[in-house]
Ligand binder design. Structure first.
Ligand SMILES: C[S@@+](CC[C@H](N)C(=O)[O-])C[C@H]1O[C@@H](n2cnc3c(N)ncnc32)[C@H](O)[C@@H]1O
Length: 274
């Protein structure tokens, strides 16, 4: 892939900002550069060509932005986290009258359905309000449909089994998903659909899209794409948006540093607001 200079990346970021509301100036430069390099290959162009295209066509700009964001996700991704949520976090919410949950950077929704399954198992489903947002409208459409490609099923089953390996109750993934190899489809069962309010939302704008306070905020594998300053501002937004005792769940390669860390009690990658 062609090497890109920081100045070239900056020109592209400026062009995107000029022609849209997207601001990538505080994304981590290394991963952003890799994504732009991939765009150049996919569209067989160079930086001046890319800038010309985003300046001339808002449709092209939208699709370029969607290609820049990394949308990888899984059902029961990182089983260790779900074990802690299952055993420690959800039992503590038993007496709450209502539970508000925000999945920020939800991508295609596998994390959202994982959480819905746990809420069902804990008898907390009915009293929960679940919200999910992402900068990319296409991934939210997939999330809403609850339909996934069959090829990821081995990973999903593996995660599911690992999450419950020490559990006394035996759960079956087929209770929650209709798995059809011939149709190349894994489909969320209807009783888990229509629970979630989805909204396109850009975290760099530092606003709370659903204007409520939350008992849990998930923002896993999103902060990693932001530089340190932006990460801190987004974490401040989450801290403001959580109830005391609420949980912020970030990705296993992410952390909270600086003064804002004092506002939380840390349990691995789960941070409880003091
Ligand atoms: C790697 S996925 C993580 C999905 C899920 N949270 C998980 O951990 O499995 C990162 C998601 O963050 C979203 N994203 C990137 N920049 C964003 C921004 N500024 N505001 C909101 N979402 C953003 C991407 O569109 C993508 O869907």
């Amino acid at each position: 892939m062609k090497e890109l200079k920081p100045e070239e990346i900056q020109l592209f970021i400026d062009a995107v900002a000029k022609h849209s509301g997207y601001d990538f100036s505080e994304y981590s430069i290394k991963s952003f550069t890799r994504r732009v390099q991939k765009l150049l290959v996919d569209y067989r162009t160079d930086i001046p060509g890319l800038i010309k295209k985003v300046s001339e066509s808002s449709e092209f700009l939208e699709s370029a932005v969607k290609n820049i964001t990394v949308n990888t996700t899984e059902i029961f991704r990182d089983p260790g986290i779900w074990q802690v949520i299952d055993k420690k976090i959800l039992p503590a919410f038993k007496n709450e009258l209502r539970i508000n949950i925000w999945h920020a950077g939800a991508s295609t929704g596998q994390e959202v359905y994982t959480m819905l399954i746990l809420l069902k198992q804990h008898g907390l489903y009915e009293k929960s309000k679940v919200y999910a947002s992402d900068i990319n409208s296409d991934v939210l459409k997939v999330a809403e449909s609850g339909k996934y490609k069959y090829r990821e099923i081995d990973e999903y089953i593996d995660n599911f089994n690992k999450t419950y390996e020490k559990s006394e109750t035996k759960y079956d993934i087929n209770d929650y998903f209709k798995i059809s190899r011939t149709r190349n489809l894994v489909k969320v069962k209807p009783f888990l659909l229509d629970k979630v309010q989805y909204k396109v939302h850009d975290l760099t704008k530092l606003t709370n899209p659903f204007a409520v306070k939350y008992n849990m905020i998930f923002c896993r594998n999103v902060l990693i794409y932001f530089n340190h300053d932006l990460q801190n501002r987004v974490i401040k937004l989450f801290e403001n948006s959580l109830f005391t005792g609420g949980a912020l769940i970030i990705g296993k390669h992410e952390g909270i540093l600086g003064d804002i860390a004092d506002k939380f009690e840390k349990h691995g990658t789960i941070y409880i607001k003091k």
